[in-house]
Design a protein around this ligand. Structure first.
Ligand code: UT7
Length: 321
């Protein structure tokens, strides 16, 4: 496949940590419940910085590692549930902050956004339209939660992650799905102040989720997506060197791990530190694993995400840095 290679990665999370014990002061929960049911110990939340600040910092780090200047970028794809603005698109805000001059837009596929963006980027490379692409995934989950709802507010965190892509052939397989479902997971949007609206009360911008429904969907769709992408790439489970799953719940990851037959030592996780950062989760993890020097040239990676939509995305990649 004529696609791309990853030249650099970057990430940024807010400095403010909220521990499970902190949350136990706010809602009826405990460190024991949260850590055993999810694997989360703390998460980062925005206090003074904006989401754009995080995204720009993550992007600069990725560009620096890739040794690519913003002016060299041919495209910026930003993934987010909700940027700091409805318009301009966050991609454009980041383009301005970086001093880039390429086309830029946003993509919303909820937690699967980063993998969806890899697929979109692959299309641009396939038709020879780009040489250098920035994908930046950013999420301010703390600003969309109901902080009185213990069943959701303990799960999420804020953060941003980025990759810079160059020409190559490291995307070995990619599989996306969407199954429209507003019941399982949704965050209603603003309605504005239109005088023509009959119902004046706008729904609050707060996440609601049927946890167990999403849980079952997640385990089955990860298994299906990873098996399909491994088959497309001609990979057996033993040949997978690194697995980076969406960091939503450690029990989801472990349930999929048991079914997939990929050796346990190939899995990387950081959910204990950041919780679920939606579309930023896989790319923050990728940056951590990369910067820890754990990825060797020629190794294979499986990236897999799932979430609102309901969407899923799985990519099999080779590492060539
Ligand atoms: O990226 C988006 C994707 N989202 C996800 O992946 C979420 C998928 N779902 C999950 O991760 C899990 O379903 C949750 C972590 C959300 C919930 O875990 P669960 O094991 O499915 O718990 P449950 O919903 O069955 O609730 C069990 C009990 C309930 O109490 P009762 O009815 O048994 O008395 C809940 O009220 O746990 C209670 N509970 C809590 N207790 C203490 C729910 N949240 C909490 C809490 N602290 N934070």
């Amino acid at each position: 496949m004529n696609s791309f290679t990853i030249l650099g990665t970057g990430s940024s999370v807010p400095p403010h940590r909220v521990t499970n014990d902190d949350l136990a002061q706010m809602v009826d929960t405990s460190d024991e419940w949260i850590s055993t049911r999810t694997g989360i110990r703390e998460r980062r939340v925005l206090t003074t910085q904006t989401l754009t600040d995080l995204a720009v910092e993550a992007s600069r780090r990725a560009l620096e590692q890739a040794q690519v200047s913003p002016k060299e970028l041919d495209l910026i794809i930003c993934t987010t549930l909700r940027g700091d603005y409805l318009t301009p698109a966050e991609g454009c805000v980041i383009q301005e902050e970086l001093g880039a001059s390429c086309p830029a837009f946003d993509l919303n596929a909820a937690c699967s956004g980063f993998v969806y963006a890899l697929d979109v980027a692959a299309g641009y490379y396939a038709r020879g339209a780009v040489k250098k692409v920035l994908i930046v995934s950013m999420e301010a989950m703390s600003q969309m939660l109901d902080w009185t709802d213990r069943s959701t507010c303990v799960l999420f965190g804020d953060g941003a992650g980025a990759v810079v892509l160059g020409e190559g052939d490291d995307l070995l397989a990619i599989a996306l799905t969407a199954k429209g479902n507003r019941e399982a997971l949704s965050i209603p949007h603003i309605h504005g102040h239109s005088p023509f609206l009959e119902k004046k009360e706008a729904a609050p911008i707060r996440l609601s989720m049927q946890g167990q429904e999403v849980y079952k969907f997640a385990v089955s769709s990860i298994c299906r997506g990873v098996k399909k992408a491994m088959a497309q790439a001609g990979l057996t489970p033993e040949k997978v060197d690194h697995v980076l799953f969406h960091q939503a719940n450690m029990r989801i990851i472990e349930a999929a791990q048991k079914r997939l037959g990929i050796p346990d030592d190939r899995y990387h996780n950081n959910i204990d530190q950041y919780g679920n950062t939606s579309s930023a989760s896989v790319v923050i993890l990728l940056d951590e694993v990369n910067r820890a020097g754990l990825l060797k040239r020629g190794e294979t990676l499986v990236l897999c995400a799932f979430g609102g939509g309901l969407t899923t995305g799985t990519a099999v990649m080779r590492w060539s840095r």
